[in-house]
Design a protein around this ligand. Structure first.
Ligand code: ZN
Length: 447
């Protein structure tokens, strides 16, 4: 049994003072407020729960900052995607693991304690299957094991190049499965997760461009009750292509062909009519918002006030991993709404409510639902916690608002996963080793 003591801690019931957290076997075994610090093993100032990062493509961290030079024709999501395919052509399994190690170290340092890895690169560089079809899923699991982050692995089903079951293009050859090879991939993925204490296995049809409704119906049972994620309506061209093909919009089509409920997480869902927005909100599914990536790729702005006003649930993800920072995702979400609506405190949703608290609470609950793992500092949950630098955020109820909107430098002090302190003074214990390997890989890619 280990005891940590905090001057203030954010519990499911709100902020509490002088909190002792007891930890046994990686789980929170007891919580008591108004306690004396004398019995504690270690003392800290401000504690908040670790946030779930509900959407990541770890390998894309290797492209971060390398796609910001203007090309010959209008730069867009689609020209970025060609650059992404070219990077991918060069990465082998060791590279993929090294990049994931870097991304997961940065996630932990940024206050994310679990990642939803939307894992769609499965095959060798020529598109042939590895001897173990789960080779690269195993590399993601190995990166989670060595860095300590919680993992919800979402093997991705990808079969087509566009709506209507069109053939994939050459850049997509490392992603492609049919339902039969995907079933083997799911079995291999389950084996890859065996050594991780609280890993979760779900699955993800990549998008309605890459998977038909019939294929989605065929693979969903393979999740065996686990989370189901899909990219949808990220780009206006995707909406136009869908309308041209079937006369319906992507979110509309998904609801018509699939039973969308609480196990589902719709990534982006940026371009929806009001009717689609309300329908998604009422379904109980989570909207997986990736505000920094959506801004970086020029996707558009999610209709958050209408969605949350209708009772919609959301969480945040770092997606392309161009910048990995929990507070910045939440800030970007709120600021995009302010700019679009010419209003302030949009996501607070109620008079007298702190915007930072509203954003954090929603992302904590929505992320937990989407990743199939409970979150929050509560008895029985994994002891996944973050301590903030009290000099930067203060110790009053405005700590979350200050962390999200007003700290000039990273405010995270320590991060615990299953009670183990992985980050201290803002630095992950493996940072030097992981960074050295990652820097070498970037040099090789640039050569
Ligand atoms: Zn994505």
């Amino acid at each position: 049994m280990m005891r940590l003591w905090f001057e203030r801690a954010l519990l499911p019931t709100g902020w509490a003072d002088a909190v002792t957290v007891e930890i046994a076997n990686g789980l929170v075994a007891g919580i008591a407020a108004g306690t004396d610090s004398a019995d504690a093993d270690e003392r800290y100032t401000v504690a908040i729960p670790g946030l779930p990062n509900l959407h990541s493509h770890a390998f894309q961290r290797a492209m971060a900052g390398l796609t910001e030079v203007r090309g010959p024709v209008g730069d867009s999501f689609w020209t970025w995607r060609e650059q992404m395919y070219r990077t991918l052509d060069r990465l082998d399994p060791d590279d993929m693991e090294a990049i994931a190690n870097m991304a997961y170290v940065e996630m932990l340092e940024a206050g994310f304690t679990r990642v939803g890895e939307f894992h769609y690169v499965h095959h060798d560089r020529d598109g042939s299957h590895y001897a173990d079809i789960g080779e690269l899923a195993g590399r993601m699991a190995a990166a989670a094991a060595s860095t300590g982050i919680g993992l919800t692995l979402l093997p991705v089903f990808y079969a087509h190049g566009n709506f209507g079951g069109q053939p994939p293009n050459n850049g997509q050859r490392r992603f492609i499965n049919d339902p039969e090879s995907f079933a083997r991939l799911m079995e291999a993925s389950a084996r890859a997760l065996l050594g991780l204490p609280d890993a979760v296995l779900g699955l993800a049809p990549h998008s309605l461009r890459a998977a038909t409704a019939e294929e989605i119906a065929a693979i969903v049972p393979l999740a065996q009750g686990g989370p189901l994620h899909i990219h949808v309506a990220e780009q206006t061209r995707e909406v136009d292509d869908c309308l041209a093909w079937c006369g319906r919009r992507p979110v509309e089509l998904l609801f018509e062909t699939t039973e969308v409920g609480e196990r589902w997480c719709l990534i982006h869902a940026t371009h929806m009519t009001h009717a689609e927005t309300v329908r998604l909100a009422h379904s109980g599914a989570v909207a997986g918002l990736c505000p920094i990536t959506e801004a970086n790729l020029g996707d558009g702005i999610f209709p958050a006030d209408a969605f949350v006003g209708a009772g919609g649930r959301y969480g945040v993800g770092s997606d392309s991993n161009v910048l990995i920072d929990a507070a910045s995702e939440l800030r970007m979400l709120e600021y995009s709404q302010r700019l679009a609506r010419r209003a302030r405190n949009v996501m607070a949703m109620a008079e007298g409510r702190s915007t930072g608290t509203a954003l954090f609470d929603a992302a904590l609950a929505g992320g937990a639902q989407a990743l199939g793992a409970p979150s929050g500092i509560a008895v029985g949950n994994a002891a996944d916690m973050v301590s903030l630098d009290a000099e930067l955020v203060g110790e009053n109820a405005a700590a979350l608002d200050r962390w999200i909107f007003a700290t000039p430098r990273p405010a995270i002090d320590c991060v615990w996963r299953r009670g183990e302190r992985l980050v201290e003074r803002g630095v992950h214990r493996d940072r030097d080793r992981v960074t050295w390997r990652f820097a070498k890989l970037l040099d090789d890619l640039a050569a």
